[in-house]
Design a protein around this ligand. Structure first.
Ligand code: C2O
Ligand code: CU
Length: 502
């Protein structure tokens, strides 16, 4: 017998009440408190001990679980994790941030932010082993600012993450950063307060750490940035011309400060890839007719030898370029090569310094996407291990652990994954083992459908962000943290705190 009309209407309204009721619950339960700590966010993931984690497996944890050792005797605040306070600085830099309209080299106006009146800010240069001290003054950036030293494994207190390692610096205030640069290479700095907005609009610059024994190559910084849709190198839309005499070498340090990957290729001379993300590549051979893909947030150093006949060389970084030359800078451009250097096989193997075959912890970082609510806003959000932000993992490690992490992306988009405070080595991609030079990264381009296995040594205690460097994606919740047992933070994020690292 068919149900009566009245029953059907009754069932339909019960069903819609249930839907509305559960949407209201999802909405309500997604609202964020006015103040909350990275320590209380999401769930602690202790990883798996010495075995390779399988999809979706996290060994413990539930929302609101506090970190082991937090508050216990022997716990340390992130504020104590700093460079030797008694050691004098070798390099001192003063940076004043302003919210203002500035001009690109072409004269085009950009409404954004400057450091010492320019964007990008000044190039900071130091020699490996030196202690760098930067005094950051916020003259007029209303939202507050910080500086993060992207790729430099600084002590945690110097990491510049608003609400995790410090409070955002309000207008009229200042903050001093001190750290030893213990690795020669190409790095950069940028604000980590409202970073999806402040980085795009100019609060950034290059940091170059030179080796102890000076190289005689001409040192060229090529910081790529998109200002209001304009592709620039070092703030110039037109070719950046650099004097390199015939037969001489140049080291071109490409820094990708944008949200997506950029190809780099060289026309007019052979080139070698000599470093990735601030670490030298071993045994790199000429790249021939291939492009190097530079991850968002990542760096690639190319060594180019200027031709003996004095003809110019074009280093093309996406749609912008650096031209190396002497008499003439009239270098023809080449279309983007169809092949790309594969860092899984480029160069020759070398020791990596710890035993990746016997990890102390293994973690999964599965990236997906689904509809839901974050802070009461409906959207199509990124997920980590199936959960929406802020119910994301807090990967917990102990100092000295060898850690393996599998990053799998089934989200429909590419994600440049960036772990603060550590360099990780790539072990495999889609099950194919790395066989080239150790491929050390701080920013890894994980394309849709790819799975990478990486490993790192937990040798820098603190609470570290581990997030997507497509900064609007971080804003949309693609952020987790790596925390060391017993480390706590007194800082907090949330509307009442003024700290918004993403
Ligand atoms: Cu370049 Cu979390 O940042
Ligand atoms: Cu992303």
């Amino acid at each position: 017998m068919p149900p009566s009309r009245g029953l059907r209407i009754g069932a339909a309204s019960v069903a819609s009440a249930l839907i509305v009721g559960s949407l209201a619950w999802l909405w309500g339960s997604s609202l964020l408190p006015e103040t909350y700590s990275a320590m209380e966010m999401g769930h602690v993931d202790h990883g798996q001990d010495g075995v390779l984690a399988t999809a979706g497996a996290t060994s413990s944890g539930h929302a609101g679980h506090a970190l082991d050792g937090a508050g216990a005797a022997g716990s340390r605040s992130v504020e104590t994790l700093r460079a030797d306070v008694n050691r004098p600085a070798d390099v001192t830099v003063a940076l004043t941030a302003r919210e203002e309209t500035f001009r690109l080299a072409s004269g085009r106006e950009v409404a954004g932010y400057t450091l010492n009146g320019t964007s990008p800010g000044p190039v900071i240069r130091a020699t490996v082993g030196q202690l760098v001290e930067v005094r950051l003054v916020n003259e007029s950036v209303a939202d507050g600012i910080t500086l993060h030293w992207h790729g430099v494994d600084v002590p945690n207190a110097e990491d510049g993450v608003a609400g995790v390692t410090q409070d955002a610096v309000p207008p009229g205030a200042e903050h001093v950063y001190r750290f030893v640069v213990d690795q020669a290479g190409t790095f950069w700095y940028h604000s980590h307060q409202m970073s999806h907005e402040q980085v795009a609009r100019g609060l950034l610059g290059a940091l170059v750490v030179l080796p102890a024994a000076a190289d005689d190559a001409v040192d060229v910084v090529a910081l790529a940035h998109l200002y209001d849709g304009m592709r620039t190198i070092n703030g110039r839309e037109a070719d950046t011309q650099v004097e390199v005499s015939p037969g001489s070498r140049a080291r071109v340090r490409v820094i990708n400060t944008d949200n997506g990957p950029t190809p780099v290729w060289v026309a007019g001379a052979p080139a070698r890839l000599v470093a990735v993300d601030g670490t030298d590549v071993t045994g790199g051979t000429p790249i021939g007719d291939a492009a190097v893909l530079v991850t968002a947030g990542g760096r690639a150093d190319l060594e180019v030898t200027a031709p003996d006949d004095g003809s110019p060389v074009r280093v093309q970084v996406g749609a912008a370029s650096v031209v190396l030359g002497s008499a003439s800078f009239d270098a023809p451009s080449l279309p983007r090569p169809t092949s790309t250097v594969d860092l899984l096989t480029y160069g020759t193997p070398a020791p990596i310094g710890f035993d990746v075959e016997h990890p102390d912890r293994t973690f999964r970082y599965d990236i997906g996407r689904r509809p839901g609510f974050v802070d009461g806003r409906p959207g199509f959000y990124w997920t980590i291990n199936g959960h929406l932000w802020p119910d994301v993992p807090m990967f917990e490690v102990a100092e000295g652990d060898v850690v393996r992490m599998t990053i799998a992306n089934r989200s429909g988009d590419v994600h440049p994954m960036h772990l603060h405070g550590h360099h990780a080595v790539v072990l495999s991609r889609d099950g194919v083992a790395a066989t080239g030079s150790p491929w050390w990264v701080d920013s890894l381009n994980v394309a849709d459908g790819e799975t990478y296995e990486i490993a790192f040594l937990a040798d820098n205690p603190g609470i570290w962000m581990d997030h997507c460097h497509n900064l609007p994606h971080a804003r949309e919740g693609l952020v987790a943290h790596l925390a060391y047992e017993g480390v706590t933070t007194p800082f907090a994020v949330g509307a009442a705190t003024g700290n918004t690292p993403e």
